[in-house]
Every structure is written in C-alpha cells, then in structure tokens.
Write a protein that binds this ligand. Structure first.
Ligand SMILES: [Fe+2]
Ligand SMILES: [Fe+2]
Length: 474
C-alpha cells in the first residue's frame, strides 16, 4: 500500500476518490501549516533537517530519509493495511465484523476518544517548541524535530477520522484542535499534563520516556478498536511511536552513562562535586523520574471505571495486545484491587474485570517503564556503583481513582497528612535542581560534539556517522 505523494495531501486512503472529503481536508491544511509555523519549533523552520518520511505502511522499509525544511514536511494520512474479514476481538460483539463506519450508539464515545488523543499530539509540539534552542547536539536536535513532525502527523491522523466519519461535528472538532493551545489560560489543551511547558532536555527525555509511553498504551488500546479505521490508524502510529520511545530511553541512558563515567573518574557520588563537574547527579535524576512517572499514571483513568467497562463491552477500546489475553469477554471474572481502607491502612476490593480495564492497562505500562529503568541500573552497576533508580509506587501522588488524594510515600505506604508536604518536597525536583538543570542547557551545534552532561549515542542515524550534519544550521 504505497503512499501517493503526487497529491496535495499524501495518503494511502484513496482520498482522490472522495472529492468532498479531500476538499474538506485541503481546507483544514492551511490552518494546520499556520499553526505549525507559529507554534512549532522556534528558530529552525527554515533549516534543513534530516527527517524520515513514511512512504509505505509495510513492516519493513516504510521510511525515506532526506534533508527537508520542517514546514515542507509531507504530513499525510496513512493507515495500516486492512485485513480482510477482520472481526471484533473482544467484548459483547466479539466475532462480528469490525465497523467501517461509526455506529450511531458509539458515536459520542468514539468522538471523545479521538478528540482527546488528537489534542495531545499538537500539545506536545507546543510544549517543546523552545527546546531546539538549547540542544545538546545536532543528533538530538534532529531527533526532537523528528518527534515533533510525527506528532504533527498524528494530529493529521485523528483529524482525518473526524472529517471522514463524524460529519459536521467532526469538522468543528478538527478546527478546535488548532485553536486550543498548551498552557493557554482561556483555551488550554484537554489534559492537564499537556499544558506544562517542557523547558529542558532532561524533561524532554523524561516526557518521551514516560508520557509518550502512556500515549503508546492508549494507542495500543485503540489499535484493538472495533472501529476499523481507528484501529488501523493507531496501528501505523505505533510504528512511528517506537522511535519516540527510543529517544526517551536512550536519552536518559546516555545521561546515566555520562554521569557514572564522571563518578568513576572523580571516585565520588557526591552531588555537589558532580554538579561542579557539570553532570546530572543520580539523586536528581531520580527526583525527575518520581515527578514524570507519577504525573503520567492518572492519564490512564480511575482504577475502577464504568466508562472503561462500557468501552470494552461495546468494542470501542480493547486492552493493549488484546490477542495475548486468554479471556476476551471478561464479563464473568473479577480483579482484586488494593485500595485504602479509610483508616490509614490498605484493604482489597473485588472489581468486575471489565471495570478494572484502566488498571490492567496501567499495570502493563508500569511493567514497560520498568524495563528501561533496569537497563539504566545495569549501566550504574557495571560501573561499580550501588545506586538504583526506582519507579515510585503507583499509589504515589495520584489525583484520581482509589488512591487519589491519599498521602503516601514513594513506596506507597500511607503517611500522615502533615508529613506529606515534606515528603513531596524531598521526592520531587526542587527549585535548586531545576535551576541546576537549566544552567546546563547551552546549545551544542558543532557536528559530532555533545554537551558535557550526556554521552554520545552508540550510532548515528540511518547509517550516517555521528558527526553527520543532521541539521544544517548554516
Ligand atoms: Fe503521537
Ligand atoms: Fe509520540
């Protein structure tokens, strides 16, 4: 299913056969480009960036790499190949044919899910718009822009669904996606986390590791949807998302690597000494992990949720990699959840499995987050240090669900309300931490050079050496 690049809007959905839809999207396109130029990466719109562009949706060889100015990037509409005779894989409608159009009774739910997903995509571009100005290397600068243009394409993906399947409401929602802006007090992005600016590269790597991974799990659930165009859109988005995960995991990994190198050289783990040497001490890194991990957990929703049960029952939204589960009906089973007992202790409740879908997805996410942490810890161990990076308990700092507003320590033990403020202050990045990280954010733009707080990556991009001009600044 090759992508047609002769069209104004590159696509593999035969857009040319549907003149109305094509015109509607061509009408939306200039507003998108205005948005990109205004709120996309600041200071680099006229530079040539070595970007990959999707040319096919197959598992191998789907991308083409070349230098391109970001506003000329060929954003388009790419869905995974349809599978003939695809049937619904879970819930009450299991075994029936998937839907090619939105059933009236699921229209509101699907619209809400698509709009919420769509809103996060441009939000992240807005949050990261100033980061390029302090890049640690040209390699990282290019990776930032690759992530940004693909988040822009993910907006296209959701806008296509809105235009193609939701009529006039869909077109209005698509407009709104360009009018809401991250951090805008009058017109903010839908989810709270997506209104915080990302001003330093440590936060960027944390965002791509933890927050983008939340996105990956949401996409995995939607990739199972009985609404086939949504499922196939998300399946292709996931292939792009893999690179965003890579940027986060290797970014933090390279910071750890650089820090332990300096720790070995100086034979110390003293944060003051390490800061004087210009690297990010591991306790500071841990506080950033505590902050970003905990702020992502609420994005999955409450641990017991009748909405989630409804989505599963109707086929609107499944679990990540649904085929890997044994039971795809889940109407007869229960999950045992640990919840606060209201007296400072913990008890268990039995929830119908369908009501616990958010918690099931969140637990898979936590397991996926742990894998990278284990790899970072190996680097620390191999250098002969005992420090271990740990994920906080999923009860820590929650705002919704059974643990919402319950004061706990990092290990998830309930603590006295009076002790909570102090515990938070020592667990999360302090003003001093943030100021120190900020002081490191000096641009390094000579090909092949790296900022002093991050190790060089193992290899360059698409077979090029590390000192390749990934972004042409002159
Ligand atoms: Fe995305
Ligand atoms: Fe992403």
């Amino acid at each position: 299913m090759a992508i047609d690049y002769s069209e104004k809007i590159p696509n593999n959905v035969n857009l040319a056969d549907d003149r109305r839809l094509q015109r509607a999207l061509e009408h939306w396109q200039p507003g998108y480009l205005d948005w990109w130029n205004e709120l996309g990466p600041e200071g680099f719109q006229a530079k040539d960036v070595y970007l990959r562009t999707a040319v096919n949706v197959g598992a191998d060889g789907w991308a083409h790499f070349d230098h391109v100015k970001m506003p000329d990037y060929r954003w388009g509409i790419f869905l995974s190949e349809p599978k003939p005779e695809q049937t619904i894989g879970f819930g009450d409608e299991m075994g029936k044919p998937v839907w090619q159009e939105v059933p009236g009774e699921h229209r509101a739910a699907l619209r809400r899910l698509i709009v919420t997903q769509g809103d996060t995509e441009p939000a992240s571009v807005e949050q990261q718009r100033l980061l390029g100005l302090t890049c640690p290397s040209l390699y990282d600068l290019r990776n930032l822009f690759q992530v940004n243009v693909e988040e822009g394409r993910h907006l296209w993906a959701m806008v296509y669904l809105l235009h193609a399947h939701f009529g006039r409401d869909g077109r209005e929602e698509a407009e709104e996606l360009l009018y809401r802006h991250s951090g805008d007090p009058d017109n903010p992005r839908i989810l709270g986390t997506f209104n915080e600016p990302i001003e330093d590269w440590l936060s960027f790597f944390m965002f791509t590791y933890f927050t983008d991974r939340d996105g990956k799990y949401q996409l995995k659930c939607l990739a199972e949807s009985a609404f086939d165009p949504l499922a196939r859109t998300c399946q292709f988005m996931l292939t792009e998302e893999a690179h965003h995960m890579f940027v986060g995991e290797t970014g933090i990994g390279r910071i750890v690597e650089r820090t332990v190198d300096v720790m070995k050289d100086l034979r110390t783990d003293d944060p003051e000494t390490l800061r004087a040497a210009g690297v990010i001490d591991l306790p500071l890194l841990q506080r950033y992990v505590n902050f970003w991990f905990s702020s992502c957990l609420d994005l999955f929703g409450a641990d017991q949720s009748s909405n989630a049960a409804g989505y599963f029952a109707t086929g609107v939204k499944g679990r990540p990699d649904e085929a890997k589960f044994d039971d795809h009906d889940c109407s007869e089973t229960i999950e045992v959840l640990e919840v606060p007992d209201g007296n400072g202790g913990v008890t268990t409740v039995e929830a119908p499995t369908r009501n616990a879908m958010n918690e099931i997805t969140r637990n898979l996410y936590v397991g996926d987050c742990q894998r990278g942490v284990d790899r970072w810890n190996k680097t620390i161990q191999a250098a002969g240090f005992h420090f271990q990076i740990t994920l906080p308990s999923a009860r820590f700092r929650r705002e919704i669900g059974s643990w919402g507003g319950v004061p706990t320590d990092l290990a998830g033990n309930i603590i006295a309300a009076e002790a909570y403020g102090g515990h938070l202050a020592s667990s999360l990045p302090s003003d001093e931490d943030r100021a120190y990280v900020d002081s490191l954010m000096k641009p390094v733009t000579e090909p092949g050079k790296m900022a002093g707080w991050i190790a060089a990556p193992r290899r360059g991009i698409h077979g090029h050496p590390l000192d390749y001009e990934y972004v042409k600044l002159h």
